[in-house]
Design a protein around this ligand. Structure first.
Ligand code: ZN
Ligand code: ZN
Length: 268
């Protein structure tokens, strides 16, 4: 049952980005007859069939965390009185990106969603999260509309083992919703790196140093790029990716992630 629901949800999500607008509606009507649409996270039936993303209201409320304002530089939650160009978490850090935005904080059910997004069976959830990211971030992005979306790459061996590329799926869903071009493979991972979550902040910087390379750098000349990832914690990976892109000609790099990790025990 779950497999069937998952396959149908995947078909729906894929077709939602289809250029032929009639095709998703036809497939939607067909799949709704077989199984009513359900939330891609908790499985609850959805009241509004065909409504993308397939994330129910309670899950949406949990995922989109706007209870505290966020630091404009590193996306960490800050006290309203502390809101400024940076925050205590990032004040002493040097980033190659200009700004970072997160949909929510890496905790509770959003943490569970990010962990699931690393598994192939949960691809429909990842695509839905990309649409949710587009919905919730469209106003923020509106001020800094990038020319290109670039997913933070994973080393090919790790990608092969997982069988899924979460940042790429997120970027494609987001790009299709906001009409921004996603460029896959432009930024690539040159080598395997240790899990950032197992390292101290200073070791994380060393771990990712020169870990990325750029192909087709002509596309980057003067471009404003938005890096897409599932999670950012210290910002070391995103900063190294941004440094590589700027060295290759990008004029501006911002970061958009699903979740901002704020503790020491986070995976990336
Ligand atoms: Zn739900
Ligand atoms: Zn900050």
């Amino acid at each position: 049952m779950n497999d069937r629901r998952s396959a149908l949800a995947f078909a729906r999500e894929l077709l939602a980005g289809c250029r032929h607008r009639w095709l998703p509606r036809v497939v939607q009507a067909g799949t709704d007859l077989v199984l009513p649409p359900a939330c891609n996270f908790c499985g609850r039936s959805m009241d509004r069939p065909g409504r993308q993303p397939l994330i129910c209201e309670p899950c949406r409320t949990d995922f989109v965390d706007r209870t505290l304002p966020a630091c404009l530089r590193c996306a960490a939650p800050v006290h309203p009185f502390d809101q400024g160009p940076d925050c205590p978490r990032c004040r002493k850090r040097r980033y190659a990106f200009q700004a970072a935005v997160a949909m929510g904080i890496y905790r509770d059910r959003l943490r569970e969603a990010v962990i699931r997004m690393k598994q192939r069976v949960h691809e429909p959830l990842t695509i839905s999260m990309g649409y949710l990211l587009a919905e919730t971030m469209s106003q923020t992005i509106g001020d800094h509309q990038p020319d290109l979306l670039v997913p933070v790459p994973t080393y090919w061996l790790k990608r092969l083992r997982r069988g899924v590329n979460g940042p790429e799926l997120l970027a494609e869903a987001l790009g299709s919703r906001l009409s921004i071009r996603t460029v896959k493979g432009l930024l690539y991972s040159r080598r395997s790196t240790k899990k950032q979550g197992t390292l101290l902040p200073v070791e994380r910087l060393r771990n990712v140093r020169d870990a990325f390379g750029v192909r087709r750098r002509g596309r980057l000349q003067g471009a404003s790029v938005m890096l897409i990832d599932d999670i950012m914690t210290t910002g070391a990976t995103a900063s190294e990716a941004a440094r590589t892109l700027r060295k290759a000609g990008a004029s501006r790099v911002t970061v958009l992630v699903v979740a901002r990790g704020v503790g020491a025990d986070h995976p990336a």
